[in-house]
Design a protein around this ligand. Structure first.
Ligand SMILES: [Zn+2]
Length: 227
């Protein structure tokens, strides 16, 4: 992926969170030309998420990043009364990480992103899942057969890359500490466009900055949980 001096184009599933934004910064640093792909599933935090993602891309200001592609994939028909659509029972800071599971998330996003890459003539598609993710569709064993199925379906040569699959949050935070992380977004219960400071993902974000001794630049709507 991205060999110099003729860097190939790489698709990147970008959510605007710390992990995928750090992966974007890392790919650009390694000479990739990146097509950032955002998939809007209509989840309650996505309006705020997309706002901050555009702000992050502006701050990154890299010639290696192509204009953001926004794809739509409404899930209200299958997710129905799931908390990610209703906002009822959003996992708070006391919830286990497994509580933030979004059914089929990576499979759904990858189908749409793979089609986008196929139409763009891109053979490499990356995503920023971590090795510590507890979810089955974030495990290394998922991506290879999934790529094979997509290639069979699309008559394509797509390769799916999860370069952070062996990494911890702390390791990728160290990798990305010089990026404009202030403009990344992690919250699943935002107030207007602000991080709520109370949900499972806000706590994870606060811990991520704390783990590497970096001051958390985020503006939260409530007091810092770790203060
Ligand atoms: Zn939050």
């Amino acid at each position: 992926m991205c060999s110099q001096p003729t860097p190939s184009r790489t698709g990147l599933l970008l959510s605007g969170g710390l992990d995928s934004c750090i992966l974007l910064g890392d790919l650009v640093r390694r000479g990739c030309r990146v097509l950032p792909i955002y998939v809007d599933c209509g989840l309650i935090w996505q309006k705020a998420e997309l706002h901050w993602l555009r702000r992050f891309l502006q701050a990154l200001d890299s010639k290696g990043v192509e204009p953001l592609v926004c794809l739509e994939m409404p899930l209200s028909d299958v997710y129905r009364d799931h908390w990610s659509l209703t906002g009822d029972g959003v996992p708070d800071a006391d919830s286990p990480d497994s509580a933030v599971y979004l059914p089929g998330r990576n499979a759904l996003l990858l189908v749409k992103a793979a089609l986008c890459c196929r139409r763009e003539g891109i053979d490499d598609l990356a995503l920023g899942v971590l090795g510590t993710s507890p979810f089955a569709d974030a495990k290394p064993g998922f991506f290879s057969p999934f790529a094979a199925a997509m290639n069979a379906a699309l008559d394509a040569n797509l390769r799916i890359h999860a370069p952070f699959a062996g990494a911890t949050k702390q390791e990728i935070m160290l990798l990305g500490r010089d990026l404009p992380l202030k403009w990344t977004f992690s919250c699943i219960a935002p107030l207007q466009e602000l991080h709520c400071g109370r949900c499972n993902k806000c706590l994870e974000r606060q811990r991520a900055f704390q783990q590497i001794g970096l001051e958390d630049p985020t503006e939260y709507a409530s007091d810092h949980l770790l203060a």
